[in-house]
Design a protein around this ligand. Structure first.
Ligand SMILES: Cc1cc2nc3c(=O)[nH]c(=O)nc-3n(C[C@H](O)[C@H](O)[C@H](O)COP(=O)(O)OP(=O)(O)OC[C@H]3O[C@@H](n4cnc5c(N)ncnc54)[C@H](O)[C@@H]3O)c2cc1C
Length: 433
């Protein structure tokens, strides 16, 4: 027999936690809302997994980082859901969705019916086996998305302290994990094909700071090539990484962060798609009535840049979930809400470093501040200028007030006199806007 809920959130990640809190804030009756998740724990702040979670000592553990602590909100422990009549249906993978019949089917044949569905299935890591990389199935090659992956990686790291680690990928996950691995006293090498790290956001000037900082910490960086194959010992555990340029790196552990893909297969042919995600409007409504999509899976309108984007970042996961729930509740009252007006915001933290970026990284770059990574607490930033206006702003080691100031600049997009004047005023430009 099918179990019916008025509202179902499919997925139990960041967006799900923030959506549940918003449903609670706007008023729901006991038994109306369910979260269905293949994970075994209540929604948590996923970014924690690649940061202090892997530290050898003092690492945070659940329930410490359940949503919504990441944005300074209430920590929703499992009891909170029970006390508020929200069903947390965990360890439950949905393998079939029929959006016309409004049903979901789990891997063990359980059927759920909904009146309104919020798709919040997020993304999953791209595996090297997806590209047919030889030997990539070996033991000791790790990926990271969910808490179970983090626990497996934590055990793997503990077993190999003092050994050699190779990190494949120079995005933020690769960089954050490389920092955690060296803190665990592994000998770390990062490999990536691009000419510098974080190539989708960083320019050569920005990346140079981080690469030198990492090298100074003892992390080796190999650029311009990829892991083309792996060799294993007699037990099937990886012991060698073969690079495309012919070099070979011995390895006791390999951690891969080469990108993610949104989990939208369940809905193929049922919802409109755009730019690799589920197409939604400014309220996160899909092309199917009563079905919303939020977080990493959604391709949404970005009026600030007259564009449509799919964004794999936590800030958008939180805000899109809140927007969808507010729209659902307002519609029930025959009311309307403002369109989603998102300012892209990304951040990362590793070692003593912490950067924030707001806006769009288009146009020419103006860099300011101290970019010598050997200077303690070096603070520097950058503005992206297009058609005489600031489009994006980046800051390393900013205070909360300074980060607010660069966010304001990116939102207001003020005109600039000249690149030289902007470089000379640096952070003052943002704080005076
Ligand atoms: C290790 C790591 C570090 C990160 N660090 C940062 C950071 O520093 N800054 C930043 O801005 N962003 C960061 N991100 C990205 C950010 O965490 C994501 O953008 C955010 O989690 C997206 O939220 P979501 O709810 O859309 O998806 P998720 O949080 O991934 O949640 C998706 C949920 O759906 C569940 N699910 C999927 N399919 C099914 C199914 N068929 N049946 C049942 N359940 C299903 C999953 O198990 C999961 O619980 C990081 C991501 C990772 C993996």
């Amino acid at each position: 027999m099918a179990t019916h809920f008025k509202y179902i959130i499919l997925g139990g990640g960041v967006a799900a936690g923030y959506a549940a809190k918003e449903f609670f804030n706007s008023g729901i009756k006991s038994g109306e809302l369910a979260i269905i998740s293949k994970e075994s724990v209540a929604p948590y702040e996923r970014p924690a997994l690649s940061k202090a979670y892997l530290f050898p000592e003092g690492a945070p553990r659940l329930p410490g980082f359940h949503t919504c602590v990441g944005s300074g909100g209430e920590r929703l422990v499992p009891e909170w859901y029970a006390e508020n009549g929200i069903e947390l249906i965990l360890n439950t993978e949905i393998v079939k969705a029929d959006l016309t019949r409004k049903t979901l089917e789990s891997s063990v044949g359980r059927i759920f019916e909904f009146d309104i569905l919020i798709i919040a299935t997020g993304a999953t890591f791209i595996k090297l086996t997806d590209f047919g990389v030889e030997g990539a199935n070996a033991k000791g090659i790790y990926y990271l998305r969910e808490i179970d992956d983090a626990d497996t990686l934590f055990e793997g790291v503990r077993d190999k302290v003092g050994g050699k680690a190779v990190v494949v990928g120079g995005g933020y996950i690769g960089l954050e994990l490389a920092a955690s691995l060296i803190i665990n006293k592994l000998d770390v090498t990062i490999v990536y094909p691009e000419p510098w790290c974080m190539p989708r956001l960083f320019t050569a000037e920005i990346a140079d700071f981080y690469e030198r900082y990492y090298q100074n910490k003892g992390i080796k960086i190999i650029k311009g090539t990829v892991a083309a194959g792996f060799e294993s010992d007699a037990s099937g555990h990886v012991n060698l990484v073969k690079l495309k340029d012919g070099r070979e790196l011995s390895a006791d552990i390999v951690v891969v962060g080469v990108g993610a893909r949104p989990l939208i297969n369940l809905f193929k042919g049922q919802v409109d798609e755009e730019r690799g995600g589920i197409k939604v409007d400014s309220y996160f409504r899909t092309s199917v009535p009563a079905v919303y999509a939020v977080g990493d899976v959604a391709t949404f309108p970005l009026p600030l840049y007259n564009d449509k984007r799919r964004v794999e970042h936590v800030d958008h996961a939180r805000k899109s979930a809140i927007q969808a729930v507010q729209h659902i509740k307002a519609s029930e009252e025959g009311e309307s809400i403002a369109e989603y007006y998102y300012l892209p915001y990304f951040y990362s933290r590793s070692f003593d470093l912490s950067w924030q970026f707001y806006g769009d990284n288009v146009g020419d770059l103006v860099v300011f501040g101290q970019r010598d990574p050997l200077v303690p607490k070096a603070k520097f930033g950058a503005y992206w200028i297009k058609d005489g206006r600031v489009m994006g702003a980046f800051l390393e080691s900013g205070t909360p007030e300074e980060n607010k100031a660069i966010a304001k600049v990116a939102k207001l997009r003020p005109e600039v006199e000249s690149r030289e004047a902007l470089a000379a005023s640096g952070l003052d430009f943002a704080t005076n806007v």
